[in-house]
Design a protein around this ligand. Structure first.
Ligand code: ATP
Ligand code: MG
Length: 610
């Protein structure tokens, strides 16, 4: 709709298409594209840890220089070099921290962008059969939280590993000073790890529950808002409030449980290393008095004991990230590995200047999600320029015919032909330009009326758009709006009435000027007074093209040269309205069932409407 941001960058490389590989290997090419930045960030975070570890070393040396020790009984050297060293280390740490953080975040957001873009691109290529199967809420969550958790793991796991590895150096330094004191100091650390694991075991299911209940609350709010007309019409406000209250209470329970677990474990985990600290003071103090370690060594140990708990905690965090990322990656690849079933055949040709001849030849069709055929040997022929009304009971497959003409689905048997070409042998783009559909529930984008009407031809001028709107009978009400064509219509065009929305949809199709037009109940949402106007518009729309109107009312049937009655998946009768009424009892029944009053004379029933 809106112009795309100009700084759009294509992902430098795609994903590994080999499904037998592990997900990390499949995503790795994306990370590989940012290899330099990523490695720089990792090196910086490792070096940052080393600088952090160096500070206690400087402190130790400073203290051992300043205090009398057995080897240096008469201190007196200046402390200034140590002061400068600590300052310099601080500056280096800050610089490294900047490089590491900004590098990692950049890589992480690149990854997120690339993944999301690949996912969206793939989603737009997928066919209707996929969307029939998958809930849109699911897709939104895949595009958001799953992408994020994969990105988190890939960007932060290596950094956490590098940091943890660098901290191992602290252990080496400690062992060099005193093995026994090192063992005493790190004794509580496995406890930190175990507590962390316990916490996650308790927290992990709880966080799923919280997520699910958040979604519950969101659904209730969403339905109360979008369905507010129904809620109010049935005076069901109290029921909705009760529903929300229940969902909110359930969320509250899970949220409190989650933070209970955190409140119990986090202080323990934070303070366990203090036990190590106390032990270091006790045993180290004794060793210092004995002269086996210096006071500086004690300072070194006590700093490291507290520092070391971080990598121990993050190792557990890493495990959790990896589990979550694996689950998310599986969901993402489920989408990415789904092949669209409706694609251009190799060697597909463009439909050039179509005349608009349409034929369904013994068409059999079953929706991928079901087993019962909807169409069972339907044959139908429309000569160029002809207008045919398709009539049938609800659920007989009229809209399905429209979906087959634009090749939203492929037939299971028989063929759909436009200008004598099987629709499977022409390019989708040219087919969908040649065959225009106005569906019964027109969807409008949250954008201006101009953009909505020009959707099929974004290069259209205001003049073109105005002409299309005039022909569709939409120009008058648009002119009456304060902002005219610049009026932004709501999520589903809520600011417009049903009839207005339909006219905008007709204008949108008219602008593309298709050779074949399918009107699916295009006037159903229009009141009788407006219907006349719309029919004038529709007649203008039909002029010079082949038109299939899926008709529910006599006035629409009146627009057609010929009526075809659809029943049980095939065409059971055809002729003019009067012929069918006279010789086909099922026709009268269908009209009665869909609410058309068959005794009423359509103005020009059966005759050419133009
Ligand atoms: N995406 C789908 N997946 C599975 N079944 C579907 C799908 N769309 C429609 N159907 C089923 O196919 C049958 C024909 O549907 P279709 O929409 O073509 O009916 P219709 O003749 O247009 O009805 P109406 O007059 O009410 O618009 C119905 O039984 C419907 O439930
Ligand atoms: Mg329908």
């Amino acid at each position: 709709m809106r112009p795309e941001p100009s700084d759009r960058r294509a992902p430098a490389r795609g994903l590994d298409p080999d499904r037998n590989r592990g997900w990390v290997r499949r995503v790795l090419p994306l990370l590989g594209a940012r290899r330099r930045l990523f490695v720089a960030a990792l090196v910086a975070s490792g070096a940052g840890v080393l600088a952090t570890l160096a500070i206690p070393v400087v402190l130790r040396d400073a203290i051992d220089t300043a205090l009398p020790t057995p080897t240096n009984p008469v201190p007196g050297a200046s402390l200034m070099p140590f002061v400068w060293a600590v300052l310099a280390l601080g500056v280096v740490r800050a610089a490294l921290g900047f490089v590491a953080r900004s590098g990692l975040f950049r890589v992480a957001y690149h990854l997120e962008y690339d993944l999301r873009r690949l996912l969206y691109e793939h989603l737009t290529r997928l066919s209707f059969s996929f969307y029939d199967r998958v809930q849109s809420g699911q897709l939104i969550s895949r595009a958001n939280s799953d992408v994020r958790s994969v990105q988190m793991y890939l960007a932060y796991a290596p950094a956490l590993l590098v940091t943890a590895g660098s901290f191992a150096l602290a252990l080496v330094l400690m062992v060099q000073v005193h093995v026994g004191l090192t063992l005493v100091a790190v004794a509580p650390l496995p406890g930190v790890y175990l507590l962390g694991t316990r916490l996650r075991q308790e927290l992990f299911p709880l966080s799923w529950v919280v997520q699910a209940r958040l979604a519950e609350v969101a659904t209730v709010v969403d339905e109360s808002v979008t369905g507010t007309r129904i809620v109010k019409a049935f005076a069901a406000e109290r029921r909705q409030i009760a529903l929300l209250e229940r969902a909110a209470r359930r969320l509250h329970w899970a949220g409190v449980r989650q933070f209970d677990a955190r409140a119990r474990y986090a202080p323990l985990m934070e303070n366990l290393p203090r036990v190590g600290l106390a032990l270091v003071l006790l045993y180290g103090g004794y060793l210092a008095i004995e002269g086996q370690v210096t006071v500086g060594d004690l300072i070194l140990f006590s700093s490291y004991v507290v520092m070391l708990q971080a990598p121990f905690r993050s190792l557990g965090f890493l495990l959790m990230l990896s589990q979550r990322a694996a689950a998310s990656a599986q969901r993402i690849f489920e989408v990415l590995d789904t092949e669209p079933d409706i694609v251009d055949a190799p060697g597909a040709v463009d439909l050039v200047r179509p005349r608009g001849e349409v034929e369904l030849r013994d068409v059999w069709f079953t929706y991928p999600a079901t087993s019962e055929p909807v169409l069972r040997g339907l044959s139908l022929h429309l000569a160029p320029g002809e207008t045919v009304a398709l009539v049938g009971r609800t659920g007989t497959g009229k809209s399905s015919v429209a979906r087959l003409l634009t090749r939203f689905y492929d037939v299971d048997g028989g063929a759909v032909l436009v200008d004598g070409h099987d629709v499977r042998e022409v390019t989708l783009a040219s087919l969908r330009t040649a065959v225009g559909v106005v569906i019964d529930e027109p969807f409008l984008f949250s954008d201006t009326l101009f953009a909505n009407i020009a959707y099929g031809r974004p290069d259209a001028t205001l003049d073109d758009v105005h002409r299309a709107a005039t022909a569709a009978g939409a120009a008058d009400f648009i002119a009456a709006l304060p902002e005219g064509y610049d009026t932004v219509v709501g999520e589903r065009g809520y600011t417009l009435s049903g009839g207005q929305r339909q006219r905008v949809a007709i204008a949108r199709t008219l602008l593309v000027d298709p050779a074949v037009l399918v009107l699916d109940d295009a006037t159903s949402a229009v009141d009788a007074e407006r219907e006349e106007e719309i029919h004038t518009a529709v007649q203008a729309l039909m002029r010079g093209r082949t038109t299939l109107v899926i008709a529910h009312r006599l006035s629409t049937i009146a627009l057609a040269d010929r009526v075809v009655l659809l029943d049980e998946g095939r065409a059971v009768a055809e002729g003019t309205h009067h012929e069918l009424l006279a010789r086909e009892p099922r026709y009268g029944q269908v009209l009665a069932a869909v609410g058309a009053d068959e005794s009423q004379e359509p103005a020009a029933a059966g005759g050419p409407a133009r």
